[in-house]
Design a protein around this ligand. Structure first.
Ligand code: ATP
Ligand code: MG
Length: 448
C-alpha cells in the first residue's frame, strides 16, 4: 500500500546502526501507530536489546544525551532528529500507583511490549522484517479501539496516569475505549490523586485539544472531577435564563470544542464559567443571573493552574482571558462591535490576547441559545475592526499617548497619581473627547 506518510530517515539510520553493532532494534509506540494511521509522524522511539552503555558505544561519534539512563533511555541526535532509544525492559511491582519498584533490562522484545500501556502503542516495526505485533495492536488501530495490554485494572493500579492517557488517546485519535478498559477506569479513577501535577497537566492539555474532547469529557466527567474537583458543580447545573439552553458543563464543553485547538484558548473556555454556580442569583421573574462570575472564575482558574504547576505565562494569559470573557464589545441594544469598548478592553489585556478573546467570545456565544447568537459576520467585523485599530496605530494603551509619566512628573504629579492621570487621559482619547495631541491633553488635565 502506498502511504502519504513515511518514517523519518533518522529512524532507519538508528535501526541500521544498532543492527551493525550486533543488536536487535525496532521502532515502537507513537511513530508506528501514526504511520499505520497515515498521520504525520512525531517523535521517534526505538526499543532494543542493547543495554544503554552498548547503545552509547554504537553512537559514540554522535551527540548522546543520557535522558533517563537508569530506566534505559538515551537520546541520540541523528540527522538533526532526536531519537529516543530505550533498552527492552520489564517492570517489577508497583506499590505506589506511579513508579515500578524496580526496572529490569531484558533481552526479549515481548517483555518490553507487555509493559507498555495500550495495544495501539505496542506494535513494533523494523525496515527489514516489517511489523511485529504481539498484542493485536494493528487490529485495534484499524478498528479505532483503545485497549490495555493485559488486565486493565492491574495496569491502572500500576500507574494511574494510564487512565488519563486512555482518555487522551481516545480524544486525540478519535478512538473508542474498549469496555473492560472503561470499567477499570471507573474502578481506579480515584488513584489519579496519587499522580504528580505535571504528568496530569500534560495529559489534560492534550486531551482537551483532541478532536473528540467533547465526547470523551461528556462520558468521563466523573474522571475529570477527580483531577479538577472544581468542575463538579457545573455538571447538571441548569441555567434558568433565556440566553441558555444547556447546563453549565454541557455549555462549557460545547464552547470549548468549537474553538481551534490552542492550549490557552481551550483552557480558558474550559474554565470560563467555573465560578457560575457560586455566583447564582434569581430576579423577580425567576430568571437566574450570574453577576461577577468572570471574576470568580478567574480566581478559581488561578488556583487550579497553580496547583497543576502551569508556567506563569500560560497561567496569566488564561486567567486574563477568563476574567474578560464576558466584557461587552457592543453598546447595549446594538448588534455592531463598538470601537471604544474594544479599545478599552485592548487597553487592559493588550494586543496579543485580543484575538484569542474574540474567538472565546464567539465560541461562548455560539454554545448558548441559538436565538441569541450574534452570527459569524458580527465576529468577522469585530476582527476587521481590531486589524484597523492595530494597523492604523490607533491609541489604545497608555504608552500610545502623546504624553508620558515624565511630563506629568514635571507638572508636579506624584506616585500613584501619575498612573491615574494617564488612565483618565487614555479614556478621554479612546472616547473621542480629546485628540491624542500633547497640547490638547495638557489642557484636558489642567481642567481636571
Ligand atoms: P505521542 O508521542 O504521540 O504523544 P506516544 O505513544 O509516543 O504518543 P509517549 O508518551 O511518547 O506516547 O510514550 C511512548 C511510548 O511509551 C508509548 O507509546 C507507550 O508504548 C509507552 N508508554 C508511555 N507512557 C507509558 C505509561 N505510563 N505506561 C506504559 N507505557 C507507557
Ligand atoms: Mg512519543
Amino acid at each position: 500500500m502506498k502511504r502519504e506518510n513515511n518514517f523519518k530517515s533518522a529512524a532507519k539510520t538508528a535501526l541500521e546502526m544498532l543492527k551493525e553493532g550486533g543488536f536487535e532494534a525496532f521502532l515502537i509506540g507513537g511513530s508506528v501507530r501514526d504511520y499505520l494511521m497515515g498521520l504525520p509522524i512525531g517523535d521517534i522511539d526505538v526499543t532494543t536489546n542493547a543495554t544503554p552503555y552498548e547503545v552509547e558505544d554504537v553512537f559514540k561519534d554522535y551527540n548522546v544525551i543520557e535522558t533517563g539512563i537508569k530506566h534505559g533511555t538515551v537520546t541520540v541526535l541523528l540527522e538533526g532528529e532526536p531519537v529516543e532509544i530505550t533498552t527492552y525492559r520489564s517492570e517489577g511491582e508497583y506499590s505506589d500507583n506511579r513508579h515500578p519498584d524496580s526496572v529490569e533490562f531484558s533481552r526479549s522484545l515481548r517483555d518490553d511490549v507487555i509493559r507498555r500501556d495500550f495495544t495501539v502503542n505496542g506494535v513494533a516495526y523494523s525496515f527489514e522484517n516489517g511489523f511485529c505485533d504481539l498484542v493485536g495492536g494493528i487490529e485495534d488501530i484499524n478498528n479505532g479501539i483503545i485497549r490495555c495490554i493485559g488486565d486493565a485494572e492491574t495496569r491502572f493500579r500500576e500507574d494511574a496516569l494510564r487512565i488519563m492517557r486512555a482518555l487522551r488517546f481516545s480524544s486525540v485519535l478519535g478512538f473508542t475505549i474498549e469496555e473492560n478498559t472503561k470499567i477499570a477506569i471507573r474502578k481506579c479513577k480515584e488513584l489519579l490523586k496519587n499522580i504528580s501535577a505535571e504528568r496530569i497537566r500534560e495529559e489534560t492539555v492534550k486531551l482537551i485539544c483532541g478532536k473528540n474532547a467533547y465526547e470523551v469529557l461528556e462520558e468521563f466527567s466523573d474522571v475529570l472531577g477527580v483531577i479538577l474537583p472544581e468542575i463538579k458543580p457545573l455538571i447538571g447545573f441548569e441555567q434558568i435564563n433565556r440566553h441558555h439552553i444547556y447546563d453549565v458543563y454541557t455549555h462549557t464543553l460545547k464552547a470549548m470544542t468549537k474553538s481551534r485547538p490552542s492550549k490557552t484558548i481551550r483552557l480558558a473556555l474550559l474554565f470560563h464559567d467555573i465560578g457560575k454556580p457560586a455566583c447564582v442569583s434569581f430576579d423577580e421573574k425567576g430568571e437566574m443571573h450570574f453577576y461577577s462570575h468572570p471574576k470568580k472564575s478567574a480566581e478559581i482558574t488561578a488556583n487550579i493552574m497553580t496547583r497543576l504547576r502551569f508556567d506563569n505565562d500560560t497561567k496569566n494569559k488564561v486567567v486574563t482571558l477568563v476574567e474578560f470573557h464576558d466584557s461587552p464589545i457592543t453598546v447595549q441594544g446594538s448588534n455592531s462591535p463598538d470601537r471604544r469598548r474594544i479599545k478599552r478592553i485592548m487597553s487592559q489585556i493588550g494586543e496579543e490576547l485580543i484575538y484569542d478573546l474574540i474567538e472565546i467570545k464567539r465560541c461562548d456565544n455560539s454554545a448558548q441559545n441559538p436565538d441569541y447568537y450574534r452570527g459569524d459576520e458580527f465576529y468577522g467585523k469585530t476582527l476587521e475592526m481590531i486589524d484597523e485599530i492595530i494597523g492604523g496605530k490607533e491609541c489604545f494603551s497608555v504608552k500610545d499617548l502623546k504624553i508620558n509619566g515624565n511630563d506629568l512628573l514635571r507638572m508636579g504629579y506624584k506616585g500613584k497619581e501619575i498612573g491615574e492621570a494617564l488612565r483618565i487621559c487614555l479614556d478621554g482619547v479612546i472616547d473621542g473627547r480629546i485628540k491624542n495631541d500633547y497640547e490638547e491633553i495638557l489642557k484636558f488635565i489642567e481642567k481636571k
